[in-house]
Design a protein around this ligand. Sequence first.
Ligand code: ATP
Ligand code: MG
Length: 260
Amino acid sequence: DVEIPADHPRYESLVTRHRIEAGIEKGITSRQGLIAQGRGEAFDYLLGERTIPSARAAERAAAALLLSADHPVLSVNGNVAALVPEEIVELAAATEADLEVNLFNRTEERMERIAEHLREHGATEVKGLAGDGRIPGLSHERATVDADGIGAADVVLVPLEDGDRAEALASTGKTEIVIDLNPGSRSSRSAAVPIVDNIVRAIPNVTRHARELSDAPIEELQYVIDSFDREEALEAAETAIRRGSFDDDGDAEADGRNDD
Ligand code: ATP
Ligand code: MG
């Protein structure tokens, strides 16, 4: 096991990376998942490894959408299961959403292991194993979902999703919330609510907003949803990445960090 000193300047990032490695060892994360994590880290570094204000607004809108949905579903892949198993189970409970394992590279073994991993972290019901539904516009294996899960959902949260599948899902008319650190990815671009933030920060943030909004009247939820501007949010994220969040000394700026 790797020992990471808590005072290491890149502690969070190293712990996150180690969780993906452990996920691979446990058979829940694919090796491609390791590459996806590397891509994510690069963007997170440029964002200053913090939740930028536009991501905070997206996280609040996502919470309002999940709370006002008839049938919200949270999609879980191997990276999500490795990074935030307990946190995603908590979000499902806070928003009364279904959890569904949904893999780009679907194998029954990995499906089972992820479902088991989620149950070890408190999930009572995990969908995805039935695989009796299809997302139109994708080849058979890539299209598989549960008919009474994502197939019947009106709002779906898809973290770290492949661009093709995110586009196909959005074109079914379901409201799609995407978590993806790349504001230029097709996944972010196809989402009604793109959250450009690291999933390790994003999921607990959405849960916190959901708890704050849990007693809010539907008009207030609708107001939060309507006030969110996806184009503006994507642009703000891109600007933050291009500008970088470093001062003249090359140190990450302290202010604005954890402003959430
Ligand atoms: P496109 O979406 O344009 O088709 P691609 O980006 O889908 O291409 P993938 O590797 O499948 O290629 O996508 C993984 C995405 O997940 C990347 O955009 C990456 O930035 C993002 N990502 C990886 N790790 C995290 C993380 N911890 N939190 C948030 N986003 C992440
Ligand atoms: Mg993508």
